[in-house]
Design a protein around this ligand. Structure first.
Ligand code: CS2
Length: 458
């Protein structure tokens, strides 16, 4: 049984433009907006954009942009049709995307394009001018195609159209994501179009946000499940029941009433982001690299093992010992919920998927805790083991098959540094990876070297 769209889609008006229409946004952001539409709101239509491939646009436009969200828990699977997606623009429809960004009825722009797409340096937090998309966009200001360049071009068009203020919310797993996005957008605008940069400073709100829902990639089994329920859906999505969206209460005008469907508006997103990135995402990456080492396919398989369970106990203590949680939140209870979410057998989140892009994820998830723990004189042994399992993954994966924006560099690094001491030093010295604090802390380098020698074998 599918819970069909109960509202009249022709009455929806588009006020949201979303960049990066992957599985996560379809199971997270769009379900909040769909709740609003089900409650009678009209201005919650979404133009989704895929910046890199036509695949999602082809699949969704071909089925009227309706799709199924499968909410999966041990108690069962509930299928719900989502109707707020009005249109999907792939790279070939860049002009439609820019037109939507410049449209006064667009009040909210959201992004989920993954950590690696923004072109910021996680150590300095400034623009990385060597990032491929940034380099391309700076060299071709009239045809910018990366996420940052597209935002700059869209905001320039908005300025020319006199379309007024807008909110641009980064929804990726990056600490202080609103400031990061404001920083890179402004840096690119400064170089290609200073007048737009000044306009952005006055008219664009870049709130920080923390988003959370465990959403694996769509598989053919999921398509078959949804087809069996009566909808030949090329692009369904599955996720856990849990979801959370904490949004900084620093928004432009005209937004849908997100608070009425459970979005938490607050002044203090930073502590939520920190807790989620360090506890959930940190433990997720840990389980993924441990799972790949033990040949286990999914996170639920990993957390069912006694080894993972006792490792996570240890890691949890290290993470929580230096965590400054949101006011009134119990970090132990939060971690317990996270771990029970990981054990959901119905989600099928593959270790391989989470293991991708380690060079962009670990600086958000693991290294800040290491730096804080070293400052506090607390233990970092379990944290070092996560990095060692990542090294094992880098060593096992044949060059050319590693899914990471710095794949070539990382494959060469593990090839050239065989012993733990040399590898630990080289890893911490990688540009734009670890905080400077970790580069020359002899005690830390020693702990990491030992972990790599014990646990980092291919
Ligand atoms: C995961 C996240 O793929 C990954 O690296 O850790 O996508 C995780 O599932 C989400 O952040 C949960 O909100």
């Amino acid at each position: 049984m599918i819970d069909r769209i109960p509202y009249d889609r022709s009455g929806l008006r588009t006020s949201v433009v979303h960049l990066g229409l992957g599985a996560f946004s379809r199971a997270h952001l769009l379900t909040y907006l769909d709740d609003l539409a089900r409650a009678g709101a009209c201005e919650v239509g979404v133009l989704g954009a895929s910046l890199q491939s036509e695949r999602t646009a082809d699949a969704l436009v071909g089925q009227g942009c309706r799709y199924t969200f499968v909410e999966a828990s041990a108690a069962g699977r509930q299928l719900r049709e989502i109707g707020v997606l009005a249109d999907v623009a792939g790279p070939a429809r860049r002009h439609d995307l820019l037109r939507a960004l410049a449209d006064p009825s667009t009040t909210l722009v959201t992004t989920t394009v993954t950590e690696k797409a923004y072109g910021f340096d996680p150590v300095t937090r400034g623009l990385d001018p060597d990032h491929a998309a940034i380099r391309h966009d700076l060299a071709h200001p009239d045809s910018m195609t990366g996420v940052v360049g597209t935002l700059v071009a869209g905001l320039a068009a908005r300025r020319s159209a006199g379309a007024g203020p807008v909110t641009v919310a980064c929804c990726d797993n990056v600490a202080d994501n609103g400031h990061m996005l404001a920083g890179v957008v402004t840096a690119v605008a400064d170089r290609v179009d200073p007048a737009t940069s000044a306009w952005i400073a006055e008219h664009v709100a870049f709130p920080c946000s923390m988003v959370d829902r465990i959403v694996p990639a769509t598989t053919d089994e999921l398509r078959a499940e949804v087809a069996a329920a009566g909808f030949d859906d090329a692009w369904p999505v599955v996720g856990e029941p849990y979801r959370q969206w904490v949004l900084e209460d620093r928004l432009g005008p005209g937004l849908p009433d997100l608070a009425s469907v459970g979005v938490q508006l607050t002044d203090d997103v930073a502590s939520w982001e920190r807790m989620k990135l360090r506890v959930l995402n940190g433990m997720h990456s840990a389980c993924a690299y441990l799972g790949l080492r033990r040949g286990l396919p999914t996170i639920a398989d990993v957390v069912a093992t006694p080894e993972a369970s006792s490792f996570l106990d240890e890691l949890q203590v290290e993470i929580l010992s230096v965590l400054d949680p949101p006011l009134g939140e119990d970090p132990d209870a939060y971690a317990a919920t996270v771990r029970s979410r990981f054990s959901n057998p119905e989600v099928g989140h593959r270790c391989r998927q989470i293991a991708m892009d380690g060079s962009a994820k670990l600086p958000q998830r693991i290294l800040p805790t290491v730096a804080a723990a070293l400052d506090a004189g607390a233990s970092v042994r379990a944290l070092a083991r996560v990095l060692a399992w990542w090294v094992g993954h880098l060593r096992r994966t044949p060059p050319g098959e590693l899914e990471d924006p710095r794949a070539g560099e990382l494959s060469a690094l593990v090839r050239d540094h065989l012993d733990g001491t040399s590898l630990a030093g080289a890893l911490m010295a990688l540009d734009g990876f670890a905080p400077a604090r970790l580069r020359d802390d002899a005690a830390w380098l020693q702990i990491l070297a030992e972990a790599v020698d014990c646990e980092g074998a291919p």
